[in-house]
Ligand binder design. Structure first.
Ligand code: FEO
Length: 393
């Protein structure tokens, strides 16, 4: 249990050993499930709970804090890494009410089997007094589920934002003490979790501008006591601006596509374009997602397998399509033995990426001189497109 401000405590759990979230997302630095205790002169509230695997830690922290009566459990988000301990907290404090918005209430009833009478449903902007402290509920939908909201304590100027502004980072520091490290983790988190909801994030950022915020306490990672650090980062990531960067995500079986990628990446570098190359059979998908936050262009490299793309390339295309990056241009390079529909199939897999498709380059077997020339032409096209659109840094 650690104190953010007088009578405001962090009572959640650090998960140092977690390495995969949702059986999908790599967690190279672990994570935390933050839960906060706010004690007013009249009432006590717990803000979010923790992943069910860490329930014992949460309950231990609450008991250590000397909470003999818990009045409210605020659920900012229904996903189980924040709500999963709710039933156990309610067993310990059966008179506590779960405070949340109507959408989240219905989700919690479905996910956790909680009964209707356990809830107090609150509207956007509604306030709940704890005595000398107030909980103000601010709907911040789609970060990253439709029911997500934040809770603001005006007396302390703290925003409890749940997943919004979070980072998968296990650290013993309650507050951010290494902004470079947290920037990396928070950007990875944004890329994997938030990027598909860029438009809604911008609307939520505008809404939060109306609040005076001194501390942002998310439900993953350290607490921000310099909130402009993470707010400015989000404004940058969620903006329409892209950078003079190309992501080359490829897989090669017998080396032909690999040779094309080697030549192509060199050609991009020679033209002054920042380039990131990812080998898809071994890639950390979080790193790939992060690169897609800013890149103006993505190029997928794949051999032809059973008429279509290599499954690793198809996976990357599926993932990129789901993450909806603001990428402006896309293309495909690769090789084939006797023909196929690799380009058509890959192109059809990325309808959410509103990118102009630049002419692909396909080599029959080993790339020849004409294929290398075509790759140079694609690098020229990318440079021209970037310049024409003012994408120079
Ligand atoms: Fe951290 Fe959407 O749960």
């Amino acid at each position: 249990m650690r104190q953010l401000k007088p009578n405001v405590y962090a009572v959640g759990a650090i998960d140092w050993d977690a390495r995969l979230f949702d059986r999908l997302i790599p967690l190279p630095d672990g994570t935390s499930y933050n839960s906060y205790l706010v004690r007013g002169t009249e009432k006590t509230a717990l803000l979010d709970t923790v992943d069910p695997a860490k329930t014992d830690l949460l309950l231990g922290n609450i008991v250590c804090a000397g909470v003999d009566k818990l009045d409210y459990i605020v659920a900012n988000h229904a996903e189980q890494d924040h709500s999963g301990s709710l039933p156990d907290v309610l067993l310990l404090y059966p008179n506590a009410k779960v405070v949340t918005n109507p959408k989240c209430k219905e989700m919690l009833k479905g996910l956790l089997g909680l009964e209707d009478e356990k809830f107090i449903a609150v509207e956007d902007g509604q306030e709940l007094s704890l005595g000398d402290k107030t909980l103000k509920f601010v709907y911040t939908p789609w970060v990253h589920w439709p029911e997500t909201m934040s809770t603001y304590v005006p007396e302390e100027k703290i925003l409890f934002s749940c997943d919004f502004f979070g980072s998968h980072l296990a650290t013993s520091s309650l507050f951010v003490d290494d902004e470079a490290a947290v920037y990396e983790s928070a950007k990875r988190y944004y890329a994997e979790i938030m990027m598909p909801f860029r438009r809604q994030i911008n609307a939520n950022l505008a809404k939060l501008d109306e609040l005076e915020i001194e501390i942002i306490a998310p439900s993953h990672g350290p607490v921000y006591d310099r909130p402009e650090f993470i707010i400015d980062a989000y404004k940058d990531w969620a903006s329409d601006n892209v950078k003079n960067e190309v992501v080359v995500a490829y897989v090669s079986m017998h080396g032909s596509t690999g040779k094309m990628v080697l030549h192509f990446v060199e050609a991009l570098i020679e033209r002054g374009i920042k380039t990131r190359q990812f080998e898809l059979a071994t890639v950390d998908i979080g790193k790939l997602a992060m690169a897609l936050v800013d890149a103006a262009t993505i190029v997928i490299g794949s051999p032809t397998v059973l008429v279509g793309p290599h499954p690793c390339a198809a996976y990357a295309a599926f993932l990129a399509n789901a993450l909806r990056p603001k990428t402006k241009f896309a293309s495909i390079i690769g090789s084939y033995g006797w023909g196929g529909k690799m380009v058509e199939q890959l192109s059809a897999m990325i309808p959410n990426i509103k990118a102009e498709i630049l002419e692909p380059v396909l080599a029959k077997g080993e790339p020849k001189e004409a294929d290398y020339a075509a790759l140079d032409r694609l690098a020229d096209d990318i440079l021209t497109k970037h310049k024409e659109n003012g994408i120079t840094n």
